[in-house]
Design a protein around this ligand. Structure first.
Ligand code: UDX
Length: 448
C-alpha cells in the first residue's frame, strides 16, 4: 500500500514522516516549491522536536535512510503513486469572520481528483481528510470529488481527524490516545485498519463511525480543552477579586479524578493555530445548522481567554507606575506555547504588541520563535538571550513557559534589570525563590 500526504505543514510533515516510520512508501505534496525543496533536502521548515531526525531517517537520498519518503509538487505523480491520499492542508480562520476558510481543502480535492486514475483490478483510491473542518464538509467533499474524477474511476472518501499537539507531534502520531475514522464502507474501514495496523496491534482504540461524528470529535475535543482552560482562568479572575490563589485552587481540584489536573493551568490562556479558530468555526457552523444556542457558552470561553491578555497588560502597566512611556519591558516568550516556533495567535506576542502600542519599549526573547515573531511584528525589539532582553528592564514578563525560563536564575537576572519586577503569565515560576532574591513577583490569579 502506498501513501501520499497532501499539504506539508505541521500536520502533514509529521504524518508523512510517521507513515514512513510505520513502514509505508510515502510521497508528500506541497504547492509551495520552497517547502518541497527544503523537505527534500532534509530540512523541516518549522521547529518540532524529533521531526527532522525522523524525516532524515526515511528521506530518499539521505545517508543510511530507508528511502521510503520523498516530496513533490506534481499532482499527477501523487495521483499515480498513491492508494491512500491523506489531505492535511490547513483551515485557517476567514478574515473578518468566525468561520474557517475551506479553500485549501477544496482546492486539494479539486486538484487531486482528475489524477485519480485506477484500473479495474485495483481497489478504489481512498482520499482521507485529516484537516479540521466544519461538520458536514466530508459529505460535501465526497460529492465534489465524485463529480471531478475521471469517468469510471473508483474513489472513496474517509475522515480521520488528527489530535496531535505541537511540540509532541511525532509522539502523538505514533502513540495516539485513539484513532477516529469516519467511513462509508467496510472497504474503507479495512484500508484504514491496514494503514494503522502497527498502532492497533499495540492496543490503540479505534472508533469507527460516520462522517459527521468523526468531524465533530475533533471540534468537540478542542472546545472541551478550551473550555477547561477558560474555566480555570475564570476562577483566576475570582481569585484576583477575593485574594485567593488559583494555583492552589487548581491543584486541589485536580485531586478529584473526575476533574483531573490536565489543561487546568491558569495563566495567559490559549492561543495557536487550533483552539481559538476551532471554537469560532464551531460557533459559526452551529449557527448555520440552527444550533447556535448550544454553543453560546463558547463565546464566553473566548472572551475569558482574551481578557487574560488585557489583564496581563494592566498588571504590567501597574508595575510600570501607571504608564508605559519611557519604560523598558522584557518579554520572555513569543511562541504560543513552549517547544514550538508557532506564533499564530500567540498570547505572548499579543501582550507584547499591546504594550508597545501603549508606548512601552518592548524587547522579546524566545528560544525558537524570534524569526517567526519578527515577520509578524517587525516593529518590536528582539534579543538573542534572556539577559539581553532583560537589560535595563523595568519589568520582566514571563509569557511562554519554556524550560529555559523555568530554570532562570533570579540572581543573574537581577544583575541586568533596572528594577526587579517579574510577572509570571504561566504560573510556573516559584514565587518564594524570586521573592527571596529581592524580586516583586506577581502572577495572574495569585495574591500579591
Ligand atoms: C491543540 C490540541 O491539544 C490538539 O489535540 C489539537 O490537535 C490541536 O490543538 P496545540 O494547539 O498544539 O494542540 O496546543 P495545546 O497543547 O492544546 O495548547 C493550546 C494552548 O493552550 C496553548 O497556548 C497553551 O499554552 C494553552 N494552555 C494549555 C493553557 O493555557 N493552560 C493549560 O492548562 C493548557
Amino acid at each position: 500500500m502506498k501513501i501520499t500526504v497532501i499539504g506539508t505543514g505541521y500536520l502533514g510533515t509529521t504524518h508523512a514522516a510517521c507513515m514512513a516510520e510505520l513502514g509505508f512508501e510515502v510521497l508528500g505534496l506541497d504547492i509551495l516549491p520552497e517547502r518541497v525543496e527544503a523537505l527534500s533536502a532534509g530540512r523541516v521548515p518549522m521547529y518540532e522536536p524529533g521531526l527532522e531526525a525522523l524525516l532524515r531517517k526515511h528521506l530518499v537520498g539521505q545517508p543510511g535512510s530507508t528511502g521510503r519518503l520523498r516530496f513533490t509538487s506534481s499532482w499527477a505523480e501523487v495521483g499515480a503513486f498513491g492508494d491512500v491520499h491523506f489531505v492535511c492542508v490547513n483551515t485557517p480562520q476567514r478574515r473578518g469572520e468566525f468561520a474557517c476558510d475551506m479553500s485549501y481543502v477544496e482546492s486539494a480535492f479539486d486538484l487531486l481528483a482528475p489524477h485519480l486514475q485506477r484500473s479495474a483490478e485495483q481497489p478504489p483510491a481512498l482520499v482521507v481528510g485529516k484537516s479540521t473542518v466544519p461538520v458536514g464538509s466530508a459529505e460535501r467533499l465526497a460529492e465534489r470529488l465524485a463529480e471531478r474524477v475521471p469517468a469510471g474511476a473508483r474513489v472513496e472518501v474517509a475522515w480521520n481527524p488528527e489530535f496531535l499537539r505541537e511540540g509532541f507531534a511525532v509522539n502523538d502520531t505514533l502513540n495516539p490516545d485513539r484513532l477516529v475514522v469516519g467511513v462509508r464502507s467496510e472497504q474503507a474501514e479495512a484500508v484504514l485498519r491496514e494503514v494503522y495496523a502497527g498502532l492497533l496491534e499495540r492496543g490503540t482504540p479505534m472508533v469507527v463511525t460516520d462522517f459527521p461524528t468523526a468531524e465533530l470529535v475533533k471540534t468537540a475535543a478542542n472546545s472541551f480543552l478550551a473550555t477547561k482552560i477558560s474555566f480555570i482562568n475564570a476562577m483566576a479572575e475570582v481569585c484576583e477579586a477575593s485574594g485567593a490563589d488559583v494555583v492552589q485552587l487548581s491543584g486541589a481540584l485536580a485531586y478529584d479524578a473526575r476533574i483531573g489536573g490536565k489543561f487546568l493551568n491558569a495563566g495567559l490562556g490559549f492561543g495557536g493555530g487550533c483552539l481559538p479558530k476551532d471554537i469560532r468555526a464551531f460557533m459559526a457552523r452551529a449557527g448555520e445548522l440552527g444550533a447556535d444556542q448550544a454553543l453560546t457558552f463558547l463565546r464566553e470561553v473566548d472572551s475569558i481567554n482574551m481578557r487574560r491578555r488585557s489583564r496581563m497588560v494592566e498588571l504590567a502597566r501597574e508595575q510600570c507606575g501607571g504608564g508605559f512611556l519611557g519604560r523598558r519591558i522584557a518579554v520572555l516568550g513569543a511562541a504560543f506555547k513552549p517547544d514550538s516556533d508557532d506564533v499564530r495567535d500567540s498570547p505572548a506576542l499579543n501582550v507584547a504588541g499591546q504594550i508597545q502600542l501603549q508606548g512601552g519599549q518592548v524587547t522579546v526573547f524566545d528560544p525558537k520563535a524570534v524569526d517567526n515573531a519578527r515577520k509578524l511584528f517587525p516593529s518590536l525589539g528582539y534579543a538573542d538571550s534572556v539577559l539581553e532582553a532583560a537589560e535595563g528592564a523595568h519589568v520582566v514578563l514571563h509569557l511562554t513557559e519554556w524550560q529555559e525560563f523555568r530554570e532562570m536564575d533570579p540572581h543573574a537576572l537581577a544583575e541586568v534589570v533596572s528594577e526587579r519586577r517579574i510577572l509570571d503569565g504561566r504560573n510556573v515560576l516559584d514565587p518564594q525563590r524570586w521573592r527571596a532574591a529581592g524580586w516583586t513577583y506577581r502572577a495572574l490569579g495569585r495574591p500579591s
